[in-house]
Design a protein around this ligand. Structure first.
Ligand code: ADP
Ligand code: MG
Length: 698
């Protein structure tokens, strides 16, 4: 192998034997520009042609591979239906008839008596062995068969590629040719140390094998090696980003917590749970360390994240800085504003609200630009161009999964060294979190405040209005409150808004009307929303008909029943969020999932999952199984490399190894300066450069 001349695998793909300029042009349209691209054009599937069959063992309608010798061949003219081409082959056990009804020109003249062939295909229904349009290859000493024997690759192709004969067969040929000439020149992207330590095969072998594997085991090994590489570089990115935050010495260094924090602690209407205390002390430690804090806090709905954010915010103010709390909806911003102001009422501290609908925006903006420490609560309005927050010491992004990476970045734009807390109630499985947010420190609030009871979940089919009515009536008669939620899906926004409005009007006229019914949706003005929410929170309204604007964060402890209409239309985490709106304090609560009769398979799995558990992390696991990892990745669109081989939900062990390897390297050699890490440094520079832009958030 090693005496072959070095070939540059970054050469133009046209130089591969059998390609040439014309085919190259079309290949380039598919994104295959270089030899390397071609070698990384991965089979979509494989045919198992490892077992050779004897002809006398063949059954009708069977896919099989045989090795046999040509006995006779020629065109046969039929009375009806035109000429066909027949080649008879034998393996001494019997004769097999190969027959072509089309493409006769192609096969005519190919065969000679005594030629030895590998033949693969499906036998016909005939009682004697016959195989129409088989794939075949001549057995030769010179080269290995690539089409008919062993595990045979199938490649993705397109109509255009097929026009230049690049179907699976065509690809096999050019890829085999490319491997023949270039494989010896494939340099590894991992260093010897890692390869040995994690018992991997070389990149060269992995790439050859992924195209032409000798066995299923070999294929698995090759796939593992390629997946490991991907995960290794993914984790390396995370390790570098994380290290960068840590190294940023100019991180704002807060003093030890003082009077203001203490005062707030004393004014809390409840004792913090152990989990809350742990997370708060982690935050205090981070932000007094001199590093830039980058911390993700996961806590199930109702685990009490708001108060954690409040303590962190007050800590920033105490140190002479501002704190900003950004949330995805106006309603949630207002609620946080009202609750936090109440919580801070005994403290000397200004709390500001900035949303799209806030009155007096100019004065708020002025204060944000000023020097005086304060706490700003708001929506996307906080990151509008005309808003500048001066001396931002802490940014908290609540329900962070609702924001894009760019938006999170914007909040830090003028204050790159600001401490950052991301909070999310949509739990994702721990291993996934470690990967998606591997560059963040990670806290879990894995405990609910005392008294929080599991919510009973009841499934009711559309039409059984009586039962829903009775549940609502029982609830309001106990002087408790109710949400009725109508889905708002973009494509049918009007129809859905209609549904909510109609239901509201009907209820108002009906027997439940006297308990007070409110209507809440995104199209109301800020004042209307505020009014309705106020009436509801004070109990003047007992039943709130709403679109999904209440999905996240809303906290009214007197609500003990939520009716989710069209529940089959929601994703699992959304349903869990909605259900999290009730059962928030001591009182036994219920969640009615109203469904239409004909559920899809997935819809049924989601509803079943909801009935089976109240545990957000269990639900996240099920969600991952139902939807696959793609959706979870979606919440982190940018700053995350594409994965071709690795599957972040099933390659858990591989991921742990890759993480260990990557973090180990960065720990010992943060700038990748050492000789043995040059391979890695180069590969990273070449292939992952773009991803560094997202180093500060996301
Ligand atoms: P989430 O984590 O979903 O944002 P919230 O912060 O909205 O949860 O808290 C849910 C409810 O629990 C609120 O009414 C809050 O006042 C209450 N709460 C938070 N922490 C505690 C605690 N340690 N003990 C009792 N109640 C608490
Ligand atoms: Mg919350």
């Amino acid at each position: 192998m090693n005496d072959k001349p070095f070939e540059d695998i970054n050469s133009d793909v046209q130089y591969v034997k059998g390609i040439g300029p014309k085919r190259a042009e079309i290949l380039k349209e598919t994104g295959i520009n270089t030899v390397r691209d071609l070698l990384l054009y991965i089979p979509r599937d494989y045919l198992d042609r490892t077992k050779l069959k004897k002809i006398d063992q063949l059954q009708p309608n069977e896919k099989a591979t045989v090795m046999a010798e040509v006995e006779s061949y020629g065109i046969k003219y039929r009375r009806k239906g035109g000429p066909i081409y027949i080649t008879n082959v034998t393996d001494r056990t019997a004769t097999l008839e190969l027959v072509w009804f089309r493409n006769i020109k192609y096969v005519d003249g190919l065969f000679e008596e005594g030629d030895l062939l590998y033949i693969s295909g499906k036998t016909s229904k005939m009682v004697y062995p016959q195989m129409p349009h088989p794939e075949f290859e001549f057995v030769s000493d010179k080269s290995q068969p690539i089409h008919t024997k062993g595990i045979v690759p199938l490649y993705p192709t397109t109509a255009k590629l097929k026009e230049i004969n690049l179907d699976s067969r065509g690809f096999r040929r050019i890829i085999a040719a490319a491997l023949e000439r270039y494989s010896a020149s494939i340099e590894d992207e991992l260093n010897e140390d890692i390869i040995k330590k994690f018992d991997l095969i070389s990149l060269r072998d992995a790439i050859s094998t992924i195209h032409f594997p000798e066995s299923k085991e070999a294929l698995e090994q090759a796939r593992n090696r390629l997946a490991f590489s991907e995960l290794f570089y993914l984790e390396l990115l995370m390790a570098i980003r994380k290290n960068r935050y840590k190294m940023a010495q100019e991180g704002i260094r807060f003093r030890k917590p003082g009077e203001l924090v203490k005062e707030l602690g004393q004014n809390l209407p409840f004792e913090l749970t152990r989990a809350q205390r742990t997370v708060v002390s982690e935050i205090f430690k981070d932000s007094s360390s001199g590093y830039c804090m980058r911390r993700l806090i996961q806590g199930d709905v109702g685990s009490g994240k708001t108060v954690v954010a409040a303590l962190a915010a007050v800590y920033a103010v105490e140190n002479g800085f501002k704190a900003a709390l950004m949330v995805p909806t106006e309603i949630l911003a207002e609620q946080h504003y009202i609750n936090l102001r109440k919580l801070f009422s005994a403290l000397e501290l200004e709390t500001l609200l900035l949303t799209g609908g806030t009155a007096g925006k100019d004065s708020v903006r002025e204060k944000l630009e000023g020097e005086t420490p304060c706490i700003a609560i708001g929506t996307h309005a906080l990151i509008q161009k005309n808003v500048r927050i001066n001396k931002l010491g802490l940014a908290v992004i609540d329900e962070q999964h609702r924001f894009g990476v760019e938006q999170r970045l914007q909040l830090l734009e003028n204050n790159p060294n600001t401490h950052l807390l991301l909070m999310t109630a949509t739990p994702i499985p721990r291993t996934l979190a470690m990967t998606l947010y591997g560059d963040y420190d990670y806290s879990v609030i894995n405990e609910l405040p005392p008294g929080k009871q599991p919510v009973d979940t009841i499934v009711i089919e559309e039409g059984d209005e009586r039962r829903v009515f009775e549940e609502i009536l029982k609830t309001v008669e106990r002087n408790e409150q109710v949400y009725i939620v109508y889905p708002l899906v973009e494509i049918s926004e009007k129809v859905d808004l209609r549904a909510a409005t109609d239901a509201y009007e009907k209820l108002t006229r009906g027997p439940l009307g006297r308990y007070g019914i409110g209507l809440l949706h995104g199209r109301l003005t800020t004042d209307q929303k505020e009014q309705t929410l106020n009436d509801f929170n004070e109990g003047a309204i007992k039943i709130l008909v709403s679109t999904t604007v209440i999905e996240v964060g809303i906290d009214n402890p007197c609500v003990t029943l939520i009716v989710v209409v069209g529940a089959e239309r929601y994703g699992l985490s959304q349903l869990h969020q909605l259900r999290g709106r009730v059962g928030r304090r001591g009182l036994k609560s219920r969640c009615i999932l109203k469904i239409t009769g004909n559920l899809t398979q997935e819809g049924k799995r989601r509803i079943d999952a909801m009935v089976s558990t109240n545990d957000g992390f269990a639900i996240a696991e099920m969600d991952l199984q139902i939807r696959g990892p793609g959706e979870f990745l979606g919440t982190r669109q940018h700053g995350f490399p594409d994965l071709k081989f690795a599957n972040i939900s099933s390659d858990v062990e591989l991921m742990k190894d890759a993480r260990k390897a990557a973090f180990g390297i960065i720990e010992n050699d943060p700038k990748l300066k050492q000789e043995e890490n040059q391979v890695i440094r180069e590969h990273l520079k070449k292939n992952y450069k773009d991803l560094f832009r997202f180093a500060d958030s996301g």
